[in-house]
Ligand binder design. Structure first.
Ligand code: NCD
Length: 344
């Protein structure tokens, strides 16, 4: 997957993990590390002062939309938002390409989410400014995969692990979950020692991605047994049943609650330091509850650190696309106020 040359980030669209080589990913991660003092409000930078992000979310989103916006703000840029079809001219029959031609005249970069696979790429093909894919249907969610792998790297550091020797179980709706699709593509660039795919058979990882993982030399195990799947792994990556992609709620109900991880199951099957991840939102309704709140006091529950890391990775991508990485610190100044936010 991917071609053999490194990505020239400057002015580039970010549409799929397939655009990246391993070195590109490491560059994003080292740039994300640089963003930490700004995200932690120890200092501020105005490097993107005057730039405008058009945040266009045609499908529900909380953390992706807000963290793209916050990341842009933290670099000194301004954010304009459209959310939902109702508030856009698409309901008047405007094509995606016309919308792209128009909106790219109003902003310097666009982040977009849309319920249809391939729609963000179609939009990008007519956009006059770079477009970042914030999720296109069940296809891809590249920035989520980047923040997921960045989180894995950070969480493994404590136990001396690294991106080329870890074991991961991805659990839940692997058919419709775009985060696991992008993460699988990303894992093809690294060398995890074992990848376990835990799902009901009907919701298994698309064959093309399983084949890509195997072709990359990985040991891939597919199972519908949660306890067996999570035993001996370093990372469990739980996901929600993507009910909005099912023909009906009744069909989604068939799979809800099939793989519930709670503290008792964790203690019985995981290692003492197995890291628990989830792209969020976790479905906390009683009939689903894939990650029980009794895990909230487990120090290995990384889901909120993972969400925080989204800001660092998205800041890094913006800095790379605008080609200002070398200027970020030069445009820094002291913050006149103190944040009272504490780490989780
Ligand atoms: C995910 C998504 O939208 O694909 N959420 C997110 O962006 N963090 C996962 C989900 O909705 O289940």
């Amino acid at each position: 997957m991917g071609d053999t040359t490194n990505l020239n980030f400057a002015g580039s669209h970010i549409l799929s993990i397939d655009q990246f080589q391993r070195e590109d990913i490491l560059k994003i991660f080292s740039t994300a590390d640089m963003m930490e003092p700004y995200a932690a409000r120890q200092s501020q930078t105005r490097v993107l002062e005057g730039a405008i992000l058009g945040n266009m979310f045609f499908e529900s989103s909380t953390r992706t939309r807000i963290s793209f916006g916050a990341a842009f703000n933290l670099l000194g840029g301004e954010v304009r938002e459209t959310s939902g079809f109702e508030s856009s001219a698409i309901v008047k029959g405007e094509s995606l390409k016309d919308t792209a031609r128009v909106l790219s005249g109003y902003s310097d970069i666009i982040c977009m989410r849309h319920p249809t696979e391939g729609s963000v790429a179609e939009f990008a093909s007519a956009s006059r400014v770079p477009v970042v894919n914030g999720g296109d249907g069940h296809n891809e969610h590249p920035t989520q995969a980047l923040l997921d792998l960045y989180t894995i790297q950070r969480e493994l550091k404590g136990s001396g692990g690294n991106l080329d020797s870890f074991r991961i179980a991805m659990i839940g709706d692997l058919k419709f979950g775009r985060t696991v699709h992008s993460l699988a593509r990303l894992l093809c660039l690294f060398d995890p020692s074992r990848i376990v795919l835990v799902s009901p058979q009907e919701l298994s990882m698309p064959g093309e991605l399983v084949e890509a993982l195997k072709a990359a030399g990985h040991e891939v195990v597919e199972t519908d047994q949660l306890n067996e799947g999570i035993s001996g792994v370093d990372i469990v990556y739980s996901t929600r049943i993507q009910e909005e992609r099912f023909p009906s709620a009744e069909e989604a109900d068939l799979y809800r609650g099939k793989f519930r991880l709670n503290q008792a199951i964790y203690t019985e099957n995981c290692q003492p330091n197995t890291v628990i991840m989830h792209p969020l939102p976790r479905d906390s309704r009683a009939e689903a509850n894939e990650l029980d709140s009794d895990l909230d006091s487990n120090p290995n529950l990384a889901i909120f650190r993972q969400a925080d890391n989204g800001v660092l990775v998205r800041m890094a991508l913006f800095a790379l696309i605008f080609d200002v990485v070398h200027l970020v610190d030069k445009h820094a100044s002291e913050l006149p106020w103190r944040s009272t936010r504490h780490n989780i």
